[in-house]
Structures are given as C-alpha cells and as structure tokens.
Design a protein around this ligand. Structure first.
Ligand SMILES: [Zn+2]
Length: 341
C-alpha cells in the first residue's frame, strides 16, 4: 500500500523541528497519529502551508517590552513582504534577513510570527521597496520550499493581509492598532479587540457507494470551465452548520447528489487570504447529477482507472490538481485505497 505523499512529512519535518525549540516551549512531539485500519496507525498528512515549526510565543507576547527587545535583538530574523508577495533569496529560498540587512524601511506593520531555535522571526511589510522585483508570488514560491517554510509563509502572509484589511473598528469606526506582536488588533475608540480570522472551507471527495469505484469531481464556472481540469467539490461552511452538514449541503447544491457518511481526512491552511481547507471523503446516497449552472460548468463521476491515469499525468480527458492542493491528496488517498469508506 502506497504511503508516500509529496510534501507530507510523516514522521519528520515539523515534529523534528519542534524538538529544536527552546526549553520553555511546549513539546509538540506528543503525537499519536490516527488509527485508520485496525492493523496500522497512519501519521497525519502535513500539507503545503502547514508544518509551521515556530513556537508562537503566546506567553512572551503578553509583555510589549519583550516584543520591543526582540525587534532590537540583532539575532532576530525578518521576512519582508511587498503587496503580499514574499522576498526571495532564490527560487527555492525565502529571504530571512537581520534587522540591519533589511535595507528598506518597514511601513510600521511588524508581525511577530514566533521563535525557532531561540531566534525570533518577524514578518514585515515594505510599502516602497528599492528592489520590488525580489518579491515573489507566495503560491509559486511554496511549490519550491520545504514544508515547514511554507507553514511560516502561510502564517506571515495571512497575518499581514489581516492587519491590512482591519484598520478600522467594525463597532465604532475608530482606528485599530496591533498589539501582542500582531496577535490581536485593538480599537483606540471603544477598546474592542479582534483576533486573526480563519474561514473554514469544506472540500470533499464523494465516492459512489461504500467500497465504490467512482468518485465525484467538478469544474466550477470561470477560467477552468470547459477544460479537462476537474477537482473535488468545495465550499465555505455556513454559520450554524457542522462540517458534515456543510459537506452534504455543498455537494447537493453543486451536483444534486445526496451524501450520507462523511469521514474527515486532513486539513490545509490556505493563506489566500486565510482559509482552512477541511478535507473529507463521503459516500453518496444517490447517483444522478443535476448541476447548479450558476456555480458549476460540469460535475461528473470518474472511475478509479480514469483517476489513476490522471494522477500519472497520462489522461488527456482529465487533469486533477497538483500536490500543492489538498484536493490532490484526497483524490490520491482514495485512488490508492489508503482510506476505507
Ligand atoms: Zn471601536
């Protein structure tokens, strides 16, 4: 049985790094895995944009003097961003720099990401860089990076974007300021404070029946419409709705297919701007497809054979998402019979 997943650390990366944190940091290595089958425990899948090895420094953030000292610490590392693109040292390396190497003057928005090996890591926004071409698209960059770097990249991009979008209070319209190294924003008028926001998205691969040989993939309206590219169905969770209910509702709305059993697989931070993709498999209770043409260009059942050829890049009629996306791993896990439904 195949266990290899690209960008999946299994027993390595994030947990190995967690062990390198300072003594005061919690031990993130107390890990149990998931018992999928009676005979074996399968490690969690660590997707691109997860695997962040930083201690986020919850305790040290409570004293602003600690943060000021870390900003001035010559050992601290800063990751510059410009228009939400990240500074690159090379195609496969982020440009973490010391304060005196920053060059460009920060525009004031500084986010303390956390601490690794006793060294503080910050993300910093540069409004007017001397050299704008050194900044790269985060998604393109992530495809070239070790997974733990993609985790820090996701945290940095999502938090800088959140600060940029929340300059004013939604209660009184007053100006908001970052506190705790950027972990909250507080209103100068009414003292309301807000936390960085994450929007949950359900993404699901539906199988035609228990142990079935077909899965449901769709093509949303837009630039992918009427191409050979299909992916797992997905949608934002609504308020007052469980994950399982969101899976059933989204599949029914987009395809007309009714879903029964829903089984969690793994999740992926997606910092464009700040989603958490919650990956599930599910079992259909009906087969007939009736698409919502406003949202979907096409939804179809594909056989395991068609999927396996697409995963091998050997199917002219079907392309599926690459390893950067959780959809790829939901599809692969089912096609390679790594999940039992
Ligand atoms: Zn206010």
């Amino acid at each position: 049985m195949r266990r290899t997943r690209r960008n999946s650390l299994s027993d390595g990366g994030a947990r190995a790094n967690a062990g390198k944190l300072g003594d005061e940091n919690p031990d993130h290595s107390a890990y149990t895995g998931r018992r999928l089958f009676e005979e074996q425990v399968v490690p969690d899948t660590v997707h691109t944009f997860a695997g962040n090895p930083l201690d986020r420094g919850e305790a040290l953030r409570r004293d602003e003097a600690n943060i000021a000292a870390l900003v001035d610490d010559p050992a601290s590392l800063f990751l510059p961003f410009h228009r939400l693109n990240v500074a690159a040292a090379a195609a496969d390396r982020l440009a973490w720099v010391r304060r005196e190497e920053l060059g460009d003057e920060p525009d004031g928005q500084l986010v303390l990401l956390g601490v690794l090996d006793g060294v503080a890591r910050f993300a910093v926004n540069i409004e007017n860089p001397d050299n704008p071409e050194r900044f790269s698209d985060c998604r393109a960059m992530a495809a070239q990076l070790p997974v733990e770097e993609t985790g820090m990249l996701a945290q940095a991009r999502a938090q800088l974007d959140w600060h940029r979008r929340n300059r004013f209070c939604t209660e009184c319209g007053g100006a908001m300021q970052a506190e705790r190294g950027g972990a909250i924003r507080r209103c100068g008028g009414c003292s309301k404070h807000i936390f960085p926001r994450t929007d949950p998205v359900a993404i699901m691969l539906i199988i035609d029946e228990p142990g079935g040989n077909r899965c449901l993939l769709g093509q949303s309206q837009g630039f992918m419409a009427r191409t050979n590219f299909y992916s797992a169905l997905a949608g934002f969770l609504d308020q007052g709705e469980s994950l399982e209910e969101a899976v059933r509702r989204e599949v029914w709305e987009e395809s007309g297919v009714h879903v029964g059993h829903v089984q969690y697989h793994s999740s992926q931070p997606w910092p464009f701007p700040s989603q958490l993709m919650i990956g599930c498999h599910g079992i259909a209770e009906s087969q007939e497809i009736e698409i919502d043409p406003a949202e979907m260009a096409d939804v179809r059942w594909f056989t395991r054979e068609e999927i396996l050829r697409a995963l091998d890049d050997d199917n002219e009629a079907l392309r599926v998402p690459g390893a950067l996306a959780i959809a790829h791993h939901l599809i692969r896990a089912w096609a390679h019979e790594e999940v039992r439904l």
